[in-house]
Ligand binder design. Structure first.
Ligand code: AMP
Length: 397
């Protein structure tokens, strides 16, 4: 079975075509700068990478050149589009309505539309991708895979904010959590890799990238996660502040004269590593600068680490002990120096670093010593494959 995965953003459309027989990628690529000057298609297949300028108006028109490449005599990977049996879509926010990947129909589209207010930047673009596929692939089922869905297994004490409940009931103000597709995938992977029973395993999943979140999972149910109503909460990230006292928001408005929109931009786009260091949002730069003696970069790194350790300690208790802590995402998979700093801080919990094993990038590896109380593991994520797997499962029934 061949499954196409679409990740439609506000100005880009990414695609990956999987052969589900062996989970191999037949082709992948993206159309970027949609609706701007310099729209471009990048297409990778059969060991080749092509780049072409495009003249298109919107997301709907982005699919035609992708389809042409997939069926092209030279670089194509399928003879006919009818070989694609289902399309899986990444959808950021599923609100309280969507707790599972869902086959798209008119009611589901209305539900995604209802969540625009919760994911104003992403959900309209995600729905745009679905509607474009309905036009370009008539009759082929579309499946929406929500970033929030995995976290809907949280209990009220984890997801409620301690504000009057009318705001939860009327507006859905609660913790939703994000990176759910990634956390679910790596939980499954780590159980398989370590031989843990997924019905009982207790795992702290650390997805550390430009956006970062932790997720405490017990028996496949989310006990807690660090992101909240939006992906702004929790850890210190590339450009996002993570947790701040909520009073900071009104203080900045009343004392510094910022508008609500300016505070939103400040916390989402100008904070985190970028805001504290004043130089870069990228972990590699932060580490390099810190090593060269840059005090602000060192402060940014220390803030990141401090908050991360704080959450790991809390999640260890909430889970009643853990079987494994895993690292994924760009930083988690690649930055062994950062992993070393984190695992060294876990010594009071009985987890010790195997320095030699930790000297790896992007490879499924146990990085704790054999006598550790629980295992620390590198687990590369693959959100596209997870979306394809969920889509195939749903369509095959
Ligand atoms: P992601 O959002 O998952 O693509 O992750 C992006 C983050 O991963 C950036 O902060 C990068 O600096 C970081 N990253 C990627 N490769 C490395 C590496 N080799 N060493 C350290 N950090 C890395």
């Amino acid at each position: 079975m061949k499954v196409l995965v679409i990740n439609s953003g506000s100005s880009s459309l990414k695609f990956t075509l999987f052969d589900m027989a062996d989970h191999s990628v037949l082709c992948k690529g993206l159309v970027e700068r949609i609706g701007m000057e310099g729209t471009k298609l990048t297409y990778q297949a059969k060991g080749q990478k092509l780049e072409e300028p495009l003249q298109i108006q919107g997301h709907s028109e982005a699919l035609a050149p992708i389809c042409a490449k997939m069926t092209d005599a030279q670089v194509g990977v399928i003879a006919d589009l009818s070989e694609i049996k289902a399309i899986g879509h990444r959808v950021l926010h599923g609100g309280m309505e969507f707790t599972q990947p869902t086959l798209v129909d008119e009611a589901v589209k209305a539900g995604i539309r209802k969540c625009f207010v919760l994911g104003p930047l992403h959900n309209p673009a995600n729905l745009g991708g679905i509607e474009a596929c309905e036009k370009n692939f008539p009759g082929i089922p579309n499946v929406a895979v929500f970033d929030t869905a995995f976290h809907m297994t949280m209990e009220p004490q984890a997801y409620l904010y301690a504000i009057p409940q009318e705001y939860y009931k009327k507006y859905g103000v609660r913790k939703y959590g994000f990176h759910g597709t990634s956390h679910k995938y790596v939980y499954g992977r780590v159980c398989e890799f370590l031989g843990l029973d997924p019905k009982t395993a207790r795992v702290i999943s650390c997805h550390l990238g430009n956006g970062s979140s932790l997720c405490a999972v017990k028996g496949g149910q989310v006990v807690d996660t660090t992101m909240g109503l939006t992906p702004l909460a929790g850890l210190v990230m590339g450009t996002r502040s993570g947790d701040v006292d909520a009073a900071v928001v009104t203080f900045l408005q009343l004392q510094a004269g910022l508008s609500p929109q300016e505070v939103d931009t400040l916390l989402n786009k100008k904070s985190g590593f970028l805001g504290v260091s004043g130089k870069s949002s990228d972990m590699r730069d932060i580490r390099d600068l810190r090593e060269k003696g840059d005090k602000d970069a060192a402060t940014a790194y220390d803030l990141f680490l401090h908050r991360l350790i704080h959450y790991i300690g809390g999640y260890h208790l909430l889970l009643g002990g853990v079987d494994a802590i895993l690292f994924t995402g760009g930083i988690g998979e690649n930055s062994y120096e950062t992993r070393a700093d984190i695992v060294k801080a876990l010594a009071p919990l009985g987890c010790r670093l195997d320095e030699a094993a930790n000297a790896c990038r992007g490879k499924e590896t146990v990085i704790s010593t054999a006598d550790s109380a629980f295992k620390a593991v590198v687990t590369p994520t693959n959100e596209e494959l997870m979306i394809a797997m969920e889509t195939a499962r749903l369509v095959e029934g």
